[in-house]
Design a binder for this molecule. Structure first.
Ligand SMILES: [Zn+2]
Length: 202
């Protein structure tokens, strides 16, 4: 007399269990499935996973106050005040913090925005793109993929062939003349840069 009840009970229990496991799986998988940022290139990286990490103390000593503010506190330099806005020499623009090559002078163009503007990256992996909702608007923030330094923003109103406009703070950049970039190990980048680290190199 008891067996049908027992088996019924067991059956029900199994069903409940599997539904529970399924639910558990679904719930558990949610944090792993990162919201795609819907951005063209680069990867969204967590601060802690940057390959190059500098102590804030060291950076405060090595960078100018403006370079520190822009790269570490996501600041923005005044328009038309940056040293690279009208800079036209041929070479490579690197991250002022870690020296990673970011842009080629051949992709620099005059956007009229007051900030150095580029229509392409030196490599697709050079910068990390993230959503920036500050100031009540949505922009795409660009930061150095190696050290996380804030660089500027990416807009979709650039010239051909990419249609992209990387609007970058001069304070986030260092510059290597063509000869220095392709030469051995250049000992210094453009003279005006306040003590910056070499090491991006090749
Ligand atoms: Zn960097």
């Amino acid at each position: 007399l008891q067996s049908p009840v027992a088996s019924g009970f067991l059956g029900g229990n199994t069903a409940v269990m599997s539904a529970f496991s399924l639910l558990h799986l679904v719930t558990k998988s949610q944090p792993v499935a990162l919201r795609p940022c819907g951005l063209p290139s680069g990867s969204c990286r967590d601060k802690k996973t940057y390959k190059v990490v500098f102590s804030q103390e060291e950076l405060r000593k090595r960078l100018t106050p403006l370079q520190y503010h822009v790269t570490q506190e996501r600041g923005t330099e005044s328009a038309f005040r940056g040293k690279f806005t009208d800079h036209k020499e041929e070479g490579t623009y690197t991250c002022v913090v870690c020296g990673t090559p970011l842009f080629k002078s051949t992709t620099k163009f005059d956007s009229g925005s007051g900030w150095p503007s580029f229509f392409d990256l030196i490599t697709p992996e050079a910068v990390c793109l993230t959503d920036d909702f500050s100031y009540g608007m949505h922009r795409v923030e660009t930061s150095c993929s190696q050290c996380g330094a804030h660089l500027g923003h990416l807009f979709d109103d650039g010239p051909r062939p990419t249609g992209k406009r990387y609007c970058i703070n001069s304070a986030s950049l260092a510059f290597l003349l063509e000869a220095q970039a392709s030469g051995t190990s250049g000992t210094s980048a453009s003279g005006e840069g306040a003590g910056k680290e070499e090491g991006g190199g090749l």
